[in-house]
Design a protein around this ligand. Structure first.
Ligand code: GBH
Length: 510
C-alpha cells in the first residue's frame, strides 16, 4: 500500500537526517507513525536527529560576522594610522558613556582564542573586516605590509580551523588623512579605495576566495554625512555616525556616487590583482518593501518600491543606471557622473551580499503615483532590543526573494542578520539569550523558505560572533553569540552559540 511504503521510507530517512521531502510528512498522510516522533532512545536521537523539512542545501555556509573597529582595539599597533572612527569616538558626547574602540574586545591580540570560539559555535565561514588604515596608514601612497600581516595570520588561523574567510574591505573606518582631504566627498577616495583593494587581493587571494567591497553604503553615506531621523513606534530617533557631517542634498548625492564608484573600481582592481577565481561582491543593507499580501499585484508593488528604495546603491550597482525617478527627484542636486562611471559601478559580480535586519516599509498596490503605497506601521509592531530594530522575520524571506526577482544575481549571501539582547551572566555562569534563539529560529525559517523556492542564497552570517563596540551605542548593546566581559575580556558562549552549533551541524533550523 502507498501509505505503508511512505511510512517505511520516513522511518528509514529519519535515521539519516534526510527528511526534507519525506512523504510521511505530506498532508496526504497526516497520521505520523509513533516511532518516527519518539525515537527508541535518547542516544538514537543524538545520533540521528530529524530535521522535519527545514534542512538547508549541501554546502550552505553557517557564518558569523564582525568588523575591525568594533572588535580589534590596538589602534596604533604595527604602524596603523587613525581612522574617522578613532576621531569620532574620541569626540566628547558622540558615543554613549564616552566609550571608544581603543581596546574593544582586544581581538587584535586574542584572535587565536576568538577563532577557536568561532569554530566551537559551529561556524563554517567568518566575515571580518580589514581596517584600511592598518594597511595604508594614510589611506593612499605607501602600504604598510605589517598591517596586512595581521589579516594574513588571521586567515591562516581560520583555514587551519576549517573556516572559510570572507573579508570586507570597508566597514566604515576610513583613514583620517583621507577624510582631511575631503573623505567620500572627494572622487580621489574612490580611486584610493581601489588601490587598497587591489593590494589586499594581491596579498591574500592565494588563500581568500571571497571579498566583500563596502559594508552598508546606505548607512555610512546617510548617517555619516547627514544624520538620519528614524521613526520607531511613533518616536523619532536621530542616528549619526562618523565623520558626523551635515551635508546638503547635492553634496550628499555625490558622496553616494563616490561610494558606489569605489565599489566598482575595487571590483576591477581585485579582478586585476587577485588569483583567477577570486570572487567579489558588495555587502549592502538592502532596503526592503514587504508586500502586505503575497499576490501578484502587491508583489509587483513591492518590487517597484524596493527598486526605488535602493536606487542610489544596489540598483545602480546591479543595473548600471540611476532610476528615472531618482534623477527626477534630485533634479539639480543629482550627482555628477559619466557613462564610464556607470560602467565601472556595474562591473559584473560573483555574488551579492545583503545585510538584512528590518523592513523599510510594508506596501500595497496603488493605482496612483509609482504603483505602490506605504502601509503605516502599527505602534504595536513588535521589536527587538535595539531602538531601531522592528521585528519582522519575514524580511529574511522577502529580501532574498525580491533581490532575486529584480536582479537575478548568481549567488546571494546574507552578510548580516542578528539582534541585540539584554544579556547577563546568570548565577550559574551561563547566558540565557532565549530571545536571540527565538529570533534566529524565525529568521532562518524564513530564509529557508526563500531557498526552498529556488533563491540562490549560499550562506548566512550572524551579526555578531562576539559582543562588541556597537558604534554610538558603545558597549551597552550586545549582539554577540559569545558574551564578553569588557573589563576582564573573558568570553562566555551564550545559549544562542549552542543553538547555532547544533543548527550548523545538522544544516537545518533546530
Ligand atoms: C549593521 O549596521 C552594521 O553593519 C554593524 O556594524 C552593526 O554593529 C550591526 O548592524 C548592528 O547594528 O534606516 O530604516 O534602514 C546596522 C545599522 C542600519 C541600524 C540601518 C539602523 C536603520 C533602519 N543600522 N538601521 S533604516
Amino acid at each position: 500500500m502507498e501509505n505503508d511504503s511512505n511510512r517505511r521510507d520516513f522511518v528509514k530517512a529519519a535515521g539519516t537526517i534526510v527528511v526534507a521531502t519525506t512523504p510521511g510528512r505530506s498532508p496526504d498522510s497526516p497520521e505520523l507513525p509513533a516511532e518516527a516522533l519518539l525515537p527508541a532512545s535518547p542516544a538514537a536521537q543524538t545520533a540521528s536527529p530529524r530535521n522535519f523539512g527545514l534542512e538547508f542545501p549541501n554546502g550552505f555556509l553557517w557564518g558569523v560576522a564582525t568588523a575591525s573597529y568594533q572588535i580589534e582595539g590596538s589602534p596604533d599597533a604595527d604602524g596603523k594610522g587613525k581612522s574617522i572612527w578613532d576621531t569620532y569616538a574620541h569626540t566628547p558626547g558622540k558615543i554613549k558613556n564616552g566609550d571608544t574602540g581603543d581596546v574593544a574586545i582586544d581581538h587584535f591580540r586574542r584572535y587565536q582564542e576568538d577563532v577557536t570560539l568561532i569554530k566551537d559555535m559551529g561556524a563554517t565561514a567568518y566575515r571580518f573586516s580589514i581596517a584600511w588604515p592598518r594597511v595604508f596608514p594614510t589611506g593612499a601612497g605607501r602600504p604598510n605590509p605589517k598591517g596586512l600581516d595581521f589579516y594574513s595570520r588571521l586567515v591562516d588561523e581560520l583555514l587551519s580551523a576549517g573556516i572559510k574567510p570572507f573579508p570586507t574591505l570597508y566597514h566604515w573606518d576610513l583613514p583620517q588623512e583621507l577624510q582631511d582631504k575631503g573623505g567620500w566627498q572627494a572622487r580621489d577616495t574612490a580611486q584610493a579605495f581601489a588601490e587598497y583593494a587591489g593590494y589586499v587581493a594581491k596579498g591574500l587571494s592565494d588563500r581568500v576566495k571571497h571579498f566583500f567591497t563596502l559594508n552598508e553604503f546606505q548607512t555610512f553615506v546617510d548617517m555619516g554625512h547627514r544624520g538620519v531621523d528614524l521613526v520607531v513606534r511613533g518616536k523619532t530617533l536621530k542616528i549619526e555616525f562618523a565623520p558626523g557631517l551635515k551635508l546638503e542634498p547635492r553634496a550628499l548625492n555625490q558622496v553616494a556616487h563616490h561610494a558606489v564608484l569605489a565599489h566598482g573600481l575595487a571590483v576591477q582592481a581585485i579582478r586585476a590583482t587577485g588569483k583567477p577565481g577570486t570572487k567579489v561582491g558588495p555587502a549592502e543593507v538592502m532596503s526592503i518593501a514587504v508586500p502586505v499580501i503575497d499576490s501578484p499585484e502587491h508583489v509587483k508593488a513591492a518590487e517597484i518600491a524596493t527598486r526605488e528604495l535602493n536606487a542610489r546603491f544596489l540598483n545602480v550597482i546591479l543595473t548600471g543606471k540611476y532610476t528615472g525617478a531618482y534623477l527626477k527627484e534630485t533634479g539639480k542636486d543629482a550627482p555628477k557622473f559619466t557613462d564610464e562611471d556607470l560602467r565601472a559601478i556595474s562591473s559584473p559580480l560573483d555574488f551579492v551580499g545583503v545585510n538584512i535586519y528590518v523592513p523599510k516599509m510594508y506596501v500595497m498596490v496603488s493605482d496612483q503615483g509609482p504603483g505602490y503605497r506605504e502601509v503605516p506601521m502599527n505602534v504595536s509592531h513588535p521589536k527587538m532590543f535595539s531602538s531601531w530594530h522592528t521585528f519582522s522575520p519575514e524580511v529574511l524571506y522577502w529580501g532574498p526573494r525580491l533581490l532575486h526577482s529584480l536582479y537575478r544575481p548568481k549567488e546571494i549571501y546574507i552578510t548580516e542578520n542578528g539582534c541585540a539582547a539584554s544579556d547577563q551572566i546568570a548565577a550559574d555562569g551561563n547566558v540565557y539569550d532565549a530571545d536571540r534563539v527565538m529570533y534566529l529560529r524565525n529568521v532562518m525559517t524564513q530564509l529557508h523558505r526563500a531557498i526552498a523556492e529556488g533563491v540562490p542564497v549560499k550562506g548566512n552570517f550572524v551579526w555578531s560572533a562576539l559582543d562588541n563596540f556597537e558604534w554610538t551605542d558603545g558597549y551597552g548593546t550586545r549582539f554577540g553569540m559569545v558574551y564578553v566581559d569588557f573589563k576582564t575580556q573573558k568570553r562566555t558562549p551564550k545559549l544562542s552559540a549552542m543553538w547555532y552549533r547544533e543548527a550548523a551541524r545538522r544544516n537545518a533550523v533546530v
